[in-house]
Design a binder for this molecule. Structure first.
Ligand SMILES: [Zn+2]
Length: 172
């Protein structure tokens, strides 16, 4: 199974966490979340606009970053740190903020929840990954518009499945 991002541009591959095969990523921005201090991940403008539940009049012509810190209520913050959008101002529950909530989506495009993965067998896990990969390969995904992180969910899904299928004696 390849660990690189094979998503098309419309799936947000320019801001994907997975290493891209032939995409030259811009130098890493060291912008840190004004709330928790951790480095955020650049998101595209359309991600902010489609995910916010508040008036888009508040969105400025600047770069925005996604904060993945679970305990931090900030989801997006502006490059200058002056503006923050919190979980209450986002239309979707954010997987990174509530990774244990059964009804939170881990794959927003094809509607797979944490609860579904938790109750799925190893065979089901393969089927879910196949379903996501097929969806991506046939251009059905819109991770930049659906997923609050603004990029494809495959890294999160694979990580969660790896954790679930780890033999118990290796567990933490
Ligand atoms: Zn934060």
């Amino acid at each position: 199974m390849t660990e690189s991002c094979c998503c098309p541009p419309e799936a947000g591959n320019s801001v994907c966490d997975l290493p891209a095969q032939d995409f030259q990523r811009p130098p890493r921005a060291m912008n840190s979340c004004p709330e928790c201090g951790k480095t955020g991940k650049l998101v595209q403008g359309q991600t902010i606009k489609s995910l916010l539940s508040i008036s888009l009049r508040q969105v400025q012509d600047t770069k925005y970053f996604f904060c993945r810190t679970q305990t931090c209520s900030v989801v997006y913050f502006s490059a200058d740190g002056e503006q923050t959008f919190t979980v209450e101002q986002v239309r979707e529950k954010v997987y990174q903020k509530e990774p244990k909530a059964e009804d939170v989506f881990i794959c927003y495009c094809f509607r797979h929840t944490v609860g579904e993965l938790l109750s799925a067998s190893p065979e089901d896990h393969i089927a879910i990954l196949d379903n996501i990969n097929t969806g991506i390969n046939t251009g059905r995904c819109a991770c930049d518009l659906r997923n609050p992180q603004g990029s494809c969910c495959l890294g999160n899904v694979r990580n969660m499945i790896n954790q679930l299928e780890k033999p118990a004696f290796e567990g933490t």
